[in-house]
Design a protein around this ligand. Sequence first.
Ligand code: PMP
Length: 427
Amino acid sequence: RERALIARRERLLGPAYRLFYANPVHVVRGEGVWLYDPDGNAYLDVYNNVACVGHCHPRVVAALSRQAAVLNTHTRYITDGILDYAERLLATFPAGLAPGAGHAMFTCTGSEANDLAYRIACAHTGGTGFVVTRLAYHGVTSVLAGMSPSLGPQQPLLPNVRTVPAPDLYRAGGADVGESFAAQVRAAVADLAAQGIRPAALLVDTIFSSDGVLSDPPGFLRPAVAAIREAGGLFIADEVQPGFGRTGEGMWGFARHGLVPDIVTMGKPMGNGHPVAGLVARSDLLRGFGERTRYFNTFGGNPVSCAVGMAVLDVIEEEGLIGNARVVGEMMRAGLRELAARHALIGDVRGAGLFVGMELVTDRATRAPATAATARLVNALRARRVLISAAGPHANILKIRPPLVFGREHATLFLTAMDEALGEVAA
Ligand code: PMP
């Protein structure tokens, strides 16, 4: 049956839409941390950060249906929802971006948010140079594909983009990763300058998801941010992955670094599956942008999207999901470190809150990446109905990102499945 579906998918959607599992999953329903196939089998979803407050959360579904029954239209009219939501969203930001200092703009996807940030940064600085990490992913537009080296060598980078290795405490052997990251950023800026290109921004995902979930030590981003600002560029935090409480330390991933970005872009978890995205930027940056150009996004910030976004924030707050991410995330990391005593494949366990990274190696001394074993492990977990993905330069780092309603009981299920799957892969 699945083979027939895959064939139909290829016939209708073409070869450019990749399927990520060797053994793909056909899902027809979601609830909380679970996804269901047509036979009613339940799969534990630790795969992605979109279902932030859990699949089909009743509060979010109700907010969506309620608003859809009253009004949904483009954003040329004045509606209350966009203002209420902007106010609520801005209130989650620290001084410097909070109401009065920052503004919110809405889009439908994280890509559009990053694309808009790109335009704002160029307009404000007069530069065009961007520094991104070596395996970054920032979106689907032509500009962002040219700034997303994780798409591989077939996708050429833009001439105004430089890449720097993401700071990696596990492989940097205890060196001061913050200072060495800053040095790389300075070198990238100098390289741009040699081509006559002024820097517009350093754009990073603050948990470095596609680079391999590089989270430690907290604060390591500060020297690099100081370096880009010294050179006249901005710091854009791409919070599409870590945002909305996932890191367990406040609403935003950048909070762990004790800094305030110039622009923050967001998406995925913001609408819990409904397309809601946007950015928050310092007011003065938008003044110049507004003078030079105009921005209109037909669906960005429409009444239904804003009602959904508001419900997501309500649930995060009322269900204490940031605290849950912190506590259950810590339990997951402790559990995985315990498994490391029995499973030599586990080289490193890291992350923040419910964004856990686990790096697999064939040899702990040399840290040689266990790429093939990681692919087998993903499928061994899939056979146990646990959905997960891998990332990093050698695809040997598991990205563990369940919905934030993931409880202790789910963590126990996950750790048991992981223990069995690791045993199977090593055998
Ligand atoms: N930035 C990051 C860090 C992402 O992970 C993604 C999506 N994977 C995007 C931007 C783009 O978001 P979207 O797919 O909603 O356009």
